[in-house]
Design a protein around this ligand. Structure first.
Ligand SMILES: CC(C)(COP(=O)(O)OP(=O)(O)OC[C@H]1O[C@@H](n2cnc3c(N)ncnc32)[C@H](O)[C@@H]1OP(=O)(O)O)[C@@H](O)C(=O)NCCC(=O)NCCS
Length: 207
């Protein structure tokens, strides 16, 4: 009995240490039976309790960065993400039964204004944040274009793809390896290239 209690205490303290060492995981809600090994979550200027939600039976790794106090990333059930970079100020929503291969980058905003007059202080402000150990704190996001990224159920995104702001990738769609997705991808199509264009339609009997 004592041995059993000691074993339970050991397992508990191990898990607790893991959580304590990466406090940013406190911003994550994860449902049962999901694996989140190798997941780095960085919330630069937190203003709420939770930023990221993952459903059940998923396998998720990668770097997830919230640049401002806003934004939310939602990932469904039975979904796989094999690493990569997800940068959010608005929203990234990934459905159920989705596969996202290694090396993919999702950014839901332009990072800087297209006008020099509106981005001229960006470096100075960024450096000030770094100097004060408050990364991103002084950056002005007012004139940065942004748009939620959505990946619908059953989509498959090949390795080393880039998905830009405001894009919706349709249900069951396939994005060929190395593509840059700048426009919406219709359901049950295969797209590829830079910028990604339709290569094939997936007929109903091949879904
Ligand atoms: C998209 C994909 C699934 C298509 O496979 P496929 O049906 O066997 O396709 P094919 O090789 O017959 O190519 C079909 C067409 O798509 C084009 N194509 C294939 N891969 C492409 C790519 N990565 N980018 C741009 N075009 C591509 C081919 O040039 C060909 O064009 P054509 O019809 O004008 O000749 C495959 O190319 C791919 O990218 N797989 C991803 C693999 C991956 O990411 N694995 C990681 C583990 S999940």
């Amino acid at each position: 009995m004592i041995l059993l209690l000691k074993k339970i205490a050991r397992v508990f303290s191990k898990n607790f240490k893991k959580e304590k060492n990466n406090t940013s995981l406190n911003y994550l809600v994860c449902e049962r039976n999901t694996r989140i090994e190798g997941l780095n979550l960085s919330v630069r200027n937190p203003a709420k309790d939770k930023y990221m939600y993952i459903g059940k039976n998923s396998v998720i790794s990668g770097n997830f960065v919230f640049e401002t106090a806003s934004g939310e990333i939602r990932i469904g059930n039975n979904t796989f993400i094999g690493g990569g970079m997800f940068v959010c100020i608005e929203g990234i929503e990934i459905g159920n039964d989705v596969m996202i291969s290694w090396g993919c980058t999702f950014v839901d905003n332009n990072s800087h204004s297209l006008r020099w007059s509106e981005r001229k202080d960006d470096v100075r402000d960024w450096k000030k944040g770094l100097d004060e150990n408050k990364i991103g704190f002084y950056k002005d996001w007012t004139n940065v274009k942004r748009g939620k990224i959505v990946v619908k159920d059953k989509a498959w995104i090949g390795f080393n793809c880039i998905v830009m702001k405001g894009v919706t990738i349709g249900e069951g769609a396939v994005v060929a390896a190395g593509s840059v997705v700048t426009k919406d991808v219709p359901d049950w199509t295969i797209v590829g290239g830079n910028p990604a264009k339709i290569i094939k339609y997936i007929p109903e009997n091949e879904r």
